[in-house]
Design a protein around this ligand. Structure first.
Ligand SMILES: *[C@@H]1O[C@H](CO)[C@@H](O)[C@H](O)[C@H]1NC(C)=O
Ligand SMILES: *[C@@H]1O[C@H](CO)[C@@H](O)[C@H](O)[C@H]1NC(C)=O
Ligand SMILES: *[C@@H]1O[C@H](CO)[C@@H](O)[C@H](O)[C@H]1NC(C)=O
Ligand SMILES: *[C@@H]1O[C@H](CO)[C@@H](O)[C@H](O)[C@H]1NC(C)=O
Ligand SMILES: *[C@@H]1O[C@H](CO)[C@@H](O)[C@H](O)[C@H]1NC(C)=O
Ligand SMILES: *[C@@H]1O[C@H](CO)[C@@H](O)[C@H](O)[C@H]1NC(C)=O
Ligand SMILES: *[C@@H]1O[C@H](CO)[C@@H](O)[C@H](O)[C@H]1NC(C)=O
Ligand SMILES: *[C@@H]1O[C@H](CO)[C@@H](O)[C@H](O)[C@H]1NC(C)=O
Ligand SMILES: *[C@@H]1O[C@H](CO)[C@@H](O)[C@H](O)[C@H]1NC(C)=O
Length: 295
């Protein structure tokens, strides 16, 4: 019965509504999705007029700025989905958003990329986001988000990039982040984080970018971090870290390009073996308590 009914409705829409072919079959079902997207827009923009001007009726919403639909939705293999499950990428970077992250984002079950960076979003990172288990990229950098880095991020095992830098986040780095075995980039810099670097982060063997500068992170650099042999960029400057740096840094981090550990309380001899790391192009160790010299 169902397919027949849909077929009939499809014919009706085709006959009665004269719209471009790509739009035809979507017309019936897409209105709820469109309204849901407009509802998201309202919350993200705090109803400031003129934000996201391309989100208007002149375009099919799969063509709105920053919206990427699943290919199957574009082909209209399924007439009615609802709840925005067609949305694969939402990239609203640098679009003057100044509301909060809407709870409805938790309905975007197929979302793989959520980039809301370079805006002025307020409020906390909503727990509903934990339901978007297909997310590979989360970027909220350069906003005004508050609250903690939620520990449930550790359950989002598809994540390759978790970028939360340059916000107003507080609290500790959750040890659960060590579960994100696909993670390539973690950015938590320029927040107000405290506590220590969790030992568990030494499990992130795919990590290339470890960005935690300008927080209030204290304690030693855990031994486990020297397992991250793929690392290219370590930025821990401007924290309260102490202890020594491993003397065989050239052997453990052969791919290192950037090492920024200035403005901490490190002691001991800074390892001269660093000069053996051929790709290293940026080294910053000022304002520590190192002794010795580097050749
Ligand atoms: C609607 O979006 C289109 C495509 O981006 C744009 O050219 C047009 O100016 C927008 N209309 C309004 C009223 O903002
Ligand atoms: C959308 O999600 C909400 C909350 O999970 C649910 O109550 C509602 O039934 C869903 N709607 C559709 C069309 O699936
Ligand atoms: C989002 O779009 C901006 C430019 O509009 C781009 O620089 C950025 O890489 C995109 N983000 C992702 C995750 O693709
Ligand atoms: C995640 O989704 C499930 C099922 O739709 C729902 O019961 C649960 O409350 C959601 N969790 C959050 C944190 O929104
Ligand atoms: C960020 O939020 C804080 C309050 O949480 C507020 O004092 C500050 O002015 C905000 N910054 C910007 C740039 O809006
Ligand atoms: C992740 O790691 C934490 C602590 O490191 C652990 O307790 C938790 O069970 C792990 N699993 C998930 C899915 O978060
Ligand atoms: C940084 O953390 C230390 C404790 O480790 C605390 O005494 C100090 O007040 C903190 N500073 C800021 C600016 O939060
Ligand atoms: C990493 O290194 C530490 C000490 O160097 C070692 O005990 C540990 O088994 C290694 N592996 C992980 C996953 O931390
Ligand atoms: C550089 O590596 C070579 C070969 O492993 C080693 O003999 C030498 O001592 C290293 N240089 C420094 C400054 O550690």
């Amino acid at each position: 019965m169902m397919p027949l009914m849909m077929f009939v409705l499809y014919i009706v829409s085709q006959t009665l509504i004269c719209i471009p072919s790509a739009t035809k079959a979507l017309a019936l079902s897409s209105n709820t999705d469109k309204l849901a997207l407009l509802d998201l827009k309202e919350k993200l923009t705090n109803t400031i007029p003129y934000s996201l001007p391309s989100w208007n009726d002149s375009l099919l919403f799969c063509k709105w700025q920053g919206v990427t639909c699943t290919p199957s939705y574009m082909r209209v293999s399924r007439p009615s989905i609802g709840n925005l499950t067609f949305l694969e990428k939402l990239n609203l970077s640098n679009t003057n958003l100044n509301g909060e992250i809407p709870r409805e984002v938790g309905h975007l079950k197929r979302l793989q990329v959520l980039d809301l960076s370079h805006n002025n979003l307020k409020g906390e990172i909503i727990n509903e986001l934990s339901n978007c288990s297909n997310l590979q990229v989360i970027s909220f950098i350069y906003n005004n988000l508050t609250g903690n880095v939620p520990s449930w991020f550790g359950s989002m095992i598809q994540l390759t990039q978790l970028l939360l830098g340059a916000n107003n986040l507080v609290g500790k780095i959750p040890p659960s982040l060590g579960n994100l075995s696909s993670l390539v980039e973690i950015s938590l810099g320029r927040n107000h984080l405290e506590g220590t670097i969790p030992y568990t982060l030494g499990k992130l063997t795919n990590l290339k970018y470890f960005l935690m500068s300008s927080n209030n992170i204290s304690g030693i650099v855990p031994d486990s971090l020297y397992n991250l042999t793929n690392i290219e960029d370590i930025d821990l400057g401007g924290n309260q870290l102490y202890g020594t740096i491993a003397s065989n840094i050239d052997l453990v981090f052969p791919n290192l390009k950037v090492l920024l550990i200035g403005q901490n309380q490190f002691t001991g001899t800074f390892p001269s073996s660093v000069s053996n790391i051929t790709r290293l192009k940026w080294l910053e160790i000022v304002e520590n308590y190192f002794d010795g010299s580097i050749s």
